[in-house]
Design a protein around this ligand. Structure first.
Ligand code: SAH
Length: 228
């Protein structure tokens, strides 16, 4: 990494601290994970700006402040099993993997998933498992193995009114879910903590702009070209 990029990175970390990201684990994850490896080459000089950027197929890599806010709200420990819905380019996956025991991540766009998996392997991230599926249904039983419940769940695409029931069912008592809720143009990032089997504590974190959660897996043949 050249000096200019290093300076931009230091500036971004200071900016995140000023905005209220105080969790030192989260700050060091944001510093260690090379965001420039997750954005298309032609956007490389913007990789360390606090901005969302397009990653192809109409999807985006989230703004660093939003990634940091979501991660901080999850209060991740190194013993946690984390479920992520919406792998995208794999950036949030890498941040989570840096902090927790293992990340289970689901993406509905097969081409994005294949690229994200290759990228994470290249960066030597080992503690993740990625599948192409509809994340609204939660993590499926695979070869008879049930991974649920997950200590923490993060959803990086927006639900219309409330968290999908199948996801909520995979959260244990004491577990935390962070998810954007609302119509396009009026979404709120929310944090749900399961207090008992029947009760939840809900907190609004910040207004956000995410792509909507969509059903079914897609594997359009031209995806790889579009993803660039
Ligand atoms: N966390 C990503 C950003 C994700 S953008 C990152 O760091 O880059 C939101 C992603 O959610 C998109 O890739 C979209 O394809 C995916 N998505 C939308 N609905 C989904 C669903 N039902 N299941 C799994 N992934 C979904």
């Amino acid at each position: 990494m050249n000096t200019q990029a290093t300076n931009k990175k230091i500036r971004l970390i200071m900016h995140l601290r000023q905005l209220g990201i105080t969790d030192t684990g989260v700050l060091s994850a944001m510093e260690r994970v090379p965001r420039d490896e997750f954005v298309p080459d032609h956007l490389n000089d913007q990789a360390w700006e606090d901005m969302a950027l397009p990653i192809g197929l109409g999807q985006t890599i989230s703004q660093p402040f939003v990634v940091a806010t979501m991660t901080q709200a999850l209060e991740i420990s190194d013993r946690d099993k984390v479920l992520e819905i919406g792998t995208g380019c794999g950036y949030q996956t890498a941040i989570l993997a840096y902090l927790c025991r293992r990340v289970y991540t689901i993406e509905r766009h097969k081409a994005l998933l294949v690229e994200a998996e290759a990228r994470l392997n290249r960066l030597k991230t080992r503690n993740f498992t990625a599948i192409a599926a509809d994340g609204m249904k939660g993590w499926p039983v695979i070869n008879g193995i049930q991974q649920a419940p997950f200590d923490k769940i993060i959803v990086t695409a927006a639900a219309r009114e409330k968290p999908p029931a199948a996801l909520m069912a995979q959260l244990p008592v004491g577990g935390i879910m962070v998810i954007p809720i609302g119509e396009p143009g009026g979404q709120m990032l929310k944090r749900y903590k399961k207090e008992t089997e029947e009760s939840m504590v809900v907190r609004d974190l910040m207004p956000v702009r995410f792509v909507p959660l969509l059903p079914e897996v897609t594997k359009e043949p031209n995806d790889m070209v579009a993803a660039g």
